[in-house]
Design a protein around this ligand. Sequence first.
Ligand code: ZN
Ligand code: ZN
Ligand code: ZN
Length: 374
Amino acid sequence: MATRTSDHPVRSRLEHAREAVAKASVDALLVTPSADLRYLVGYDATPLERLTCLVVPAAGEPHLVVPRLELPAAEASPAGDSGLDVVPWDETDDPYALVASLLAPSVGRVALDDHMWAAKVLAFRDAMPGVAQLPGGEMLGALRIRKSRDEVDALREAGRAIDRVHARMGEWLRAGRTEREVARDIRDAIVAEGHVRADFAIVGSGRNGASPHHEVSDRVIERGDPVVVDIGGTNLAGYCSDSTRTYAVGEPPAEFREYYAVLQRAQAAGCAAVRPGVTAESVDAAARTVITEAGYGDHFIHRTGHGIGLETHEPPYLVAGNDLPLEVGMAFSVEPGIYLPGRHGARIEDIVVVTDDGGERLNQVTTDLVVLTE
Ligand code: ZN
Ligand code: ZN
Ligand code: ZN
């Protein structure tokens, strides 16, 4: 049975976007290929030099402007049967002038998505002289920050898939192999276990574990090394996973076990602090306090977490100074770390969704230290 276009999920998201545009006192929102575009109209367009642009005016109908050769792809997406007006442009047309012509002559202020290429921002400036350009990220972020039931289901599925990869870590993580070799196997498993792509695989062994965003190197993993493994991918629905466990390849140094126990308590305290109405920064504080009180405060050098959805990093950010109250449906990582430069480090990361009575952890693999022995 066909959905009436007025009930189509794309129509309701576009209507919410239109309301946000009107409330922000801008005349239109322009959205190029990005997670924002995918969220609003379900079209997972690749960012290319040719302009694809969703135009959402504060008053009137939205339009999706696409290069003629992308028209079949746009029409095959959920946008295609939503009743959204899809406007193709031909190879020799000026698509920027086309977008300008779709806006009222009185247009004075337009908001742009955060990921729009600078070349496109500047081309819009030329096509609409005198029109003020404003950042649209906050408006778009607010639309996406509370996940629907379907979105939470998609995040939960991604969480289970990445849990299955962590559960298999002993197959790949061994003394004598390089970080790069281990990461290659992990990336294959991320796809095999239910993602359409592997987004990242951080394998930080020994001293490399003390650098939070170390990716991989040709360092050979040694017996006794602690190894930070932070991995994630994107599933078919477009939602991301992101989970960190720190392993020991054989018995680790005693000082490592000592601060790992502190970190485990801190991560649990962060997860336990999640509930509707508390601020984002209070979750950071709950985790950080445990680490600071144990004397490792100087070694926890990043925020406690970031929101996650169609992007791995999106609002809300769990960081001191963010007094945003948490609401049901917000999803984010809780990922404190302790890093001893030149020696080793540890991080534990789960995705948590705010529910009516607290937080639901979407990652279920144990946070106890897993010592891998051959
Ligand atoms: Zn990160
Ligand atoms: Zn991560
Ligand atoms: Zn993360």
